[in-house]
Design a protein around this ligand. Sequence first.
Ligand code: ADP
Ligand code: MG
Length: 703
Amino acid sequence: MARMLTDYFGENTFNEATMKERLPGDVYLSLKETIENGEELTSDMAETVAHAMKDWAIERGATHFTHWFQPMTGVTAEKHDSFISPAPDGKIIMEFSGKELVKGEPDASSFPSGGLRATFEARGYTTWDCTSPAFLREDSSGVTLCIPTAFCSYTGEALDKKTPLLRSMDAIDWQASRIMHLFGKTEVQHVNVCVGAEQEYFLIDRKKYLRRDDLIFTGRTLFGAMPPKGQEMDDHYFGAIKERVISFMHELNEELWKLGILAKTQHNEAAPAQHELAPIYSTVNIETDHNQLIMEYMKKIATRHGLTCLLHEKPFAGVNGSGKHNNWSLVTDTGENLMKPGKEPHENMQFLLFAAAVIKAVDEHAELLRMAASCPGNDLRLGGAEAPPAIVSVFIGEQLEDIFAQLIENGKATSSKQREKMSIGASKLPYINKDANDRNRTSTFAFTGNKFELRMVGSSMSIADANTVLNTAVADALMEMADELEEAENFDTAVLELICRTINEHKRVIFNGNGYAPEWIEEAKRRGLPNIESYVDSIESLTFPETIEVFERHNVFSRAELEARAEINYEIYAKTIIIEARTMIEMASRKFIPASVKYSGTLSQSIASIENVTVGKDFSAAEHELLGSCCKNINAAVRALDILKTRVDEASAMENMKDKALFCRKRIVPAMEELRKPIDELELIVDSRLWPVPTYGELIFEV
Ligand code: ADP
Ligand code: MG
């Protein structure tokens, strides 16, 4: 009999229900205190929790446990230990202590530390993040108990993405609670950040994937001519899902549900072979873990279906790339969503103040936000061939725009545009209530009714960085506001005045128009908004004096941690580009050029044969023309290849990471483009039977 989803949902997590069932009452309550209020966890308590967790895991077949963490590589890391311990009679017992639960010490010298730790100081610590439930991972190696942890150096600096995120959650919790208390809501003890991350991805046939070095080594195609059909028919978006893909989605959902992940929505995306999964939102640190698991399981389960999941931001030129929409809101522990405008938003000073704080934060830290949502792959979307643009702006919709206009003009707002009833025109169809605002898909940061949606994040990235920046920036804006309002004589007038002033000061970042239009770039320039075209140029924003100040003020990052992160980002950027360039060199030299030379040989032979039996060149004119363009492109490819090789050698010899990254951006990326052009031309000339790799058409249409 099929198992009911309601029965198996979350069965592989040590969630609240399991804790309640398995822990002594007092330990359960103290652990809850730790999770909710950060009360210290005693070693006795840890011992009891470890014991219960071990029994639970072993009953489900676990043999190993691991501290699961998120180093600055952006992916997850783990080292497995088995529970076994020798017993005197030659047998074993299964052990797992409180110490092992709370602290791990991976020899972590090979993780990027950006200079925070020299290799001879190899110690790194992982510490249990009890706010994110431990889970069991089932795969062919058996069952492993995974304990979400934070990762820091011997001297306490964060070496991961989780620690700063948790710190930023504390910062915004503190500042947002101050504001809530000022509004008289003293029962609010905590304000949590809630995030729902929509994940886009591609699925292609695994056998074809394995025939392309570029996909294997870099996650994207570095060559490839456009097939006769791309996404222009819009027939993939929301289209019927293919059998093989839906069976992948089905298994993925089941695995995610067992892990307590609220997988909710799935559909085909704009590009052929592109899809999306959206879970129901959770607290941001849990969502961050869940998103990592979603990505991991997508890759793993795809393989079981003979598919490969590509999470790269731009696996194929010429069709849409993938992103991650980060839906963000603030919710109190009393259940109030602070981003919800209510029926009469113009009267809702609390909402307007929080919205103004978000707008101020985004305007003041636009560069940082752009940086935190970027990675080498995302450069091919942001500011590249495709939207969203690299300019950070906020879409607020008609209703708020109208209220803000009233506030700026009159110092107060007296009305809110209301949603309308709409008839679709056919008598049998029901009336629908229109939302007060339409959507704007071109905006980088959009207010969507009860949350803000950051649309810039790359599909392969952890959502931790973007949320760390967003939380801290908003915490800082709220702090300034709380400082001012706590001193105010008349709270109501002070709030109204503060809202008007904030919006007036930061209105330049508000943009409700088409973010894809070239005029917006001009307009943004006039408004003084930063437009940083490439990721590598945005990295320096990590060490701007104002960045260091704001992060230090809220104890999210120290100067040393920020400098380390900048260094790591430069390093990752340079390494990524160099690997891509080397892959291109290899593919061009050993695959595409030989195939093209072979074809030109065939052409020459047919020319000779034709001219042998005919008189004059008239009869072989077409072959001559073909041979001409073939040779022209082979020549161009060989020249471009030489240039690219020289530049890669030059870059490889560079020591300074920032110089190296900038060199990659300015000198290697263009050289890669120069090599791609003639090869893509050749793909359209050379006999398809000789072409050494599957083409775009085969990759994205034949799934
Ligand atoms: P869309 O139609 O833009 O995809 P949805 O309403 O389906 O929007 O939501 C997309 C994501 O936003 C989902 O992950 C959803 O759970 C999340 N979401 C909804 N409300 C909130 C909220 N208040 N805070 C954070 N995320 C939210
Ligand atoms: Mg969305």
